[in-house]
Design a protein around this ligand. Structure first.
Ligand code: SF4
Length: 364
């Protein structure tokens, strides 16, 4: 199923002209720099415009009626909202998951996903942090794209605002599990999280950053004491196998990774989540389950293990049988740790974990 958004044709016409800067995705201070310093406007205008962008989610200068017609015209000559163009919007016929393909001003594209879990009222958005990814996990569709570039903070923020504007829904939770390794783009990620917290009002405790395990950046994130939830793409407790599944593990081994996670917990007090993608006959065996059980049993910090039955990306890997997923879960539960199996959402539109590969652009 490939449902087009009613807003899609509208958004297709929203191209940035070379002389236009984007006003969306900016912090209040950055908006102030533009309005007060560049245009010489009065300071109180900053709050007005910030409110139109973030509280009222308006992307139409004509609606900004507390500004004079002259000022609205000047804004529309010089600036553009939004920064990102929605070029494809699919809605799963199975579970209502929505996938967005955004075009950036340089022609690159990224994807984001909006998920609604049956047992929760709130909406979670899965956001991208890079165009492609350098880590190259062999089972991940994004990894096959390679890294093109980091997203700017404004491009990260504008994914959220664009989803809210397009769907008229309010996002309450964010996971940085879309395209890219967020900690390879740490400065822009942190800047974006501050704007998200201050301008979109999503608290950092509702934000999860997922990493393949970059130790120096994990510690740097911890030092901010921002209480962000950290998820580690573990995928196996066996160092040799991990080096194949998550190539970055050749540089940062499991022992040092666990030590850094303990430090992260000491600095933030936040429980760590381990993401474990189950690949049939590779890391879903009883032996692998016992190794994971042994690893997590004695860790000195609280943790949750989230099992993710693999979502096909058309390659060599396969999804495990349900019975093996249950068996794997019960073995790991002997550690005394909480173990969950992630509900698969959006796999009919390639929006599930590991499936984000900008396919819609190939079909254009
Ligand atoms: S799983 Fe994550 S870290 Fe690995 S290639 Fe995909 S996006 Fe990058």
């Amino acid at each position: 199923m490939n449902n087009q958004s009613p807003n899609q044709s509208l958004n297709k016409s929203q191209n940035l002209t070379p002389t236009q800067k984007a006003l969306s995705g900016l912090s209040k201070e950055q908006i102030s720099n533009v309005l007060v310093r560049e245009l010489g406007w009065e300071k109180y205008r900053v709050n007005q415009i910030h409110s139109w962008i973030y509280s009222k989610s308006s992307a139409d200068f004509e609606e900004w009626t507390d500004l004079s017609a002259d000022k609205r015209e000047l804004l529309s000559e010089k600036f553009q909202i939004p920064l990102l163009k929605v070029v494809n919007h699919q809605i799963s016929g199975k579970d209502g998951t929505e996938k967005f393909l955004f075009e950036l001003s340089d022609g690159n594209v990224v994807e984001s996903v909006l998920m609604c879990f049956e047992d929760r009222d709130n909406l979670t958005a899965c956001i991208s942090s890079q165009v492609g990814c350098a880590v190259g996990c062999p089972f991940c569709a994004t990894g096959k794209l390679g890294l093109k570039r980091n997203l700017t903070a404004a491009e990260i923020v504008d994914q959220i605002m664009s989803i809210q504007r397009t769907t008229n829904k309010r996002i309450s939770n964010l996971v940085f599990m879309g395209q890219g390794e967020p900690l390879h783009n740490l400065d822009n990620l942190l800047e974006a999280i501050q704007i998200i917290r201050d301008s979109i009002a999503i608290g950092v405790r509702h934000i999860t950053v997922s990493t393949s395990g970059l130790i120096p950046q994990i510690l740097e994130l911890g030092k901010t004491k921002m209480q962000i939830n950290l998820a580690i793409s573990l995928h196996t407790a066996d160092q040799d196998l991990r080096e194949k599944l998550v190539p970055i593990a050749k540089k940062w081994n499991l022992f040092d990774l666990m030590r850094s996670l303990n430090e992260y917990f000491q600095m933030t007090g936040r429980r760590i989540t381990f993401e474990y993608t189950l690949l049939k006959d590779i890391n879903d065996t009883d032996e692998q389950a016992r190794a994971l059980c042994d690893l997590v049993r004695d860790l000195p910090f609280p943790c949750l293990i989230n099992l993710i039955p693999y979502n096909s990306t058309g390659g060599e890997f396969q999804r495990p049988d349900r019975s093996q997923v249950s068996k794997f879960k019960s073995i790991v539960e002997r550690s005394g740790r909480k173990v969950t199996v992630r509900v698969t959402l959006g796999n009919d539109i390639d929006a599930a974990c590991g499936q984000l590969a900008n396919k819609a652009i190939e079909n254009k």
